[in-house]
Design a protein around this ligand. Structure first.
Ligand code: HAM
Length: 424
C-alpha cells in the first residue's frame, strides 16, 4: 500500500504555496513597519518548558503534546505554541539586559495532537508576535492594532475582535472563590474534565464546549466583576486606545483562553464561516511567564494566528485567488529553429525578472495555447517558422482575445512596456 502523510498534516503544493508566500511577505512587511524583528527558535524543546510555561492543567499540556524520549533519555516535545519558547530564548540569550521593549515575531510550524477537522490540524503554522519588557496598555493596543491592520490589508471580512481582562494574581483568587461558590451546587453535573478543573482552574470551565457545562455556567461571575483597581484601570485604558486606533472590538467577559499564562488582557479574533474553527487569532498578556521559565520578572504580551485559518478566511473573502507567480507570458514556438530562438528570448526575459515560460514538450499550437490559459498567462507570443522567416512574432493578449504582429526586434521592448503598465 502507498504510504500516506500522517493524519492532520498537509502537503502544500504549487498553486497553494504562492498564497503562503504572499501571506508571509505581507506579514514581514507589516512587522517591519511596526518595528518587530524576527526570531527563530527550535521546533523541539525540553518538555518541562511547556509544562511550566503553558500550564499543567491545560488541554495542550495534558492531551495534545507530541512528547518523546530522545536517545539520551531526555523528554523532548515538538512545540505546541511559540510564546514559551520566545520567553526561554529571551532569558537564555539575556535579551532582558538590552534596551526594552523587545519586539519579536515568528512564523513557523506548531504541533498539537488534536482531533483533525476543518481548520484544525496536527501540524499547523502560526504567525506570532511577542513584546517583552513593557506593561503599559499601549503595547496591548499596539499588538491588537497590528492584527486588525494586517487583516484589513488582507481583505478579510466578517471579523469580530473580542477582548477581556482575566485579572492578575492579586484579583484572581477572589474570582476563583466566587466562581467555585457559584458552581458548587451543580458540580456533579459538570463534564469529567470540568470536574477536575473545578479545584485547580475553574476559570477554564467557562470555556468548556460541553452543552451542560455551558448551561451551568450561564450567569456565572466573570473576571470583570472582580478586577482589582490596577487591572480595571489597565483594561479601561486599553479600550480607549483601541477606539482611538479605530479598531472595532467587543468586550466579551466570557472569553477565557486555553493557556494558563494569561493575566489582564486576553483577546481573540473570530471570523464567520470558515468552518468548524472560527478563531483565527488569539493572544494576551503574560506578565509572569518570563519569571516562570527562570528569568527576571518581566511583563509580556503577544498573539498568534493560525495561518491555515487566515488563508481560508482570505479565500472566502476574495474568492479564488488569481494564480500568483505564474507566467506573465508564454512563448509558443513551433518548429526547431523557432524553439531555439524562442528559448533565447524567454531566457532574456526571465533573466531580467519577467515570469515567462516556453513549452517544453513540443506540443501543437492548440495544446500550447490551452496551457497558456491554464497558467493564466496574460500573453501568448507565437513564433512559427513562417514568422521567423518574415522577422515577426504574434503577440496575443489572452485577456482581451486580441493579437498584433510585431517586428521580432521590437518584441521584448513592447512586452516589457506592457508588463510595467500592468503594475509589475
Ligand atoms: P492559541 O489560541 O492556542 O494561542 O493559538 C493561536 C491560534 O493558532 C488560534 O487562534 C488558531 O488560529 C491557531 N491554532 C491553534 N491550534 C490550531 C490547530 N490545531 N490547527 C490550526 N490552527 C490552530 C497560542 O498559541 C498562544 N501562544 C498565543 C499567544 C502569543 N499568546 C500570547 N502570545
Amino acid at each position: 500500500m502507498a504510504i500516506q502523510r500522517p493524519k492532520g498534516t498537509q502537503d502544500l503544493l504549487p498553486g497553494v504555496v504562492e498564497q503562503w508566500q504572499d501571506l508571509e511577505e505581507q506579514i514581514r512587511k507589516i512587522c517591519k513597519e511596526y518595528g518587530y524583528q524576527e526570531i527563530r527558535t527550535p521546533i523541539f524543546e525540553a518538555t518541562e518548558l511547556f509544562q511550566r510555561g503553558v500550564g499543567e492543567t491545560t488541554d495542550i499540556v495534558n492531551k495534545e503534546m507530541y512528547t518523546f524520549l530522545d536517545k539520551g533519555e531526555r523528554s523532548i516535545t515538538l512545540r505546541p505554541e511559540g510564546t514559551a519558547s520566545v520567553c526561554r530564548a529571551y532569558v537564555e540569550n539575556k535579551l532582558h539586559g538590552g534596551p526594552q521593549p523587545v519586539k519579536l515575531y515568528y512564523i513557523g510550524p506548531m504541533f498539537r495532537y488534536e482531533r483533525p477537522q476543518s481548520g484544525r490540524f496536527r501540524q499547523f503554522h502560526q504567525f506570532g508576535v511577542e513584546v517583552l519588557g513593557v506593561d503599559k496598555p499601549m503595547v496591548d493596543a499596539e499588538v491588537i492594532t497590528l492584527v486588525w491592520d494586517l487583516y484589513s490589508r488582507l481583505g478579510l471580512k466578517g471579523l469580530e475582535v473580542h477582548v477581556n481582562s482575566v485579572g492578575c494574581p492579586s484579583c484572581r483568587p477572589e474570582h476563583k472563590k466566587k466562581l467555585q461558590e457559584f458552581l458548587a451546587p451543580r458540580q456533579e453535573q459538570l463534564c469529567k474534565d470540568c470536574q477536575s478543573r473545578f479545584e485547580k482552574n475553574p476559570l477554564r470551565i467557562l470555556d468548556c464546549k460541553n452543552p451542560t457545562c455551558q448551561e451551568i455556567t450561564q450567569g456565572a461571575p466573570t473576571t470583570l466583576d472582580t478586577l482589582c483597581e490596577e487591572c480595571a484601570e489597565h483594561f479601561k485604558e486599553l479600550q480607549s486606545l483601541l477606539s482611538a486606533a479605530e479598531v472595532v472590538y467587543k468586550v466579551n467577559p466570557r472569553l477565557v483562553r486555553g493557556l494558563d499564562y494569561y493575566r489582564k488582557t486576553a483577546f481573540e479574533v473570530l471570523v464567520e464561516d470558515i468552518g468548524a474553527q472560527s478563531a483565527i487569532c488569539g493572544g494576551g498578556r503574560y506578565d509572569g511567564l518570563v519569571q516562570e521559565v527562570g528569568g527576571p520578572p518581566t511583563p509580556g504580551i503577544g498573539f498568534a494566528m493560525g495561518m491555515e485559518r487566515v488563508l481560508a478566511a482570505r479565500k472566502l473573502a476574495q474568492g479564488e485567488q488569481e494564480g500568483e507567480g505564474k507566467d506573465y507570458l508564454l512563448l509558443v514556438a513551433l518548429g526547431d529553429q523557432a524553439q531555439r530562438e524562442g528559448f533565447a528570448i524567454v531566457s532574456r526575459l526571465r533573466k531580467q525578472g519577467m515570469p515567462a515560460g516556453i513549452d517544453l514538450l513540443g506540443r501543437s499550437l492548440k495544446a500550447q495555447l490551452k496551457a497558456a490559459d491554464r497558467v493564466q498567462a496574460h500573453y501568448a507570443a507565437i513564433l512559427g517558422e513562417e514568422e521567423l522567416h518574415k522577422g515577426i512574432i504574434i503577440l496575443r493578449d489572452l485577456r482581451l482575445g486580441e493579437q498584433v504582429e510585431l517586428p521580432l526586434q521590437d518584441f521584448e521592448e513592447v512586452v516589457w512596456k506592457r508588463y510595467k503598465e500592468d503594475g509589475n
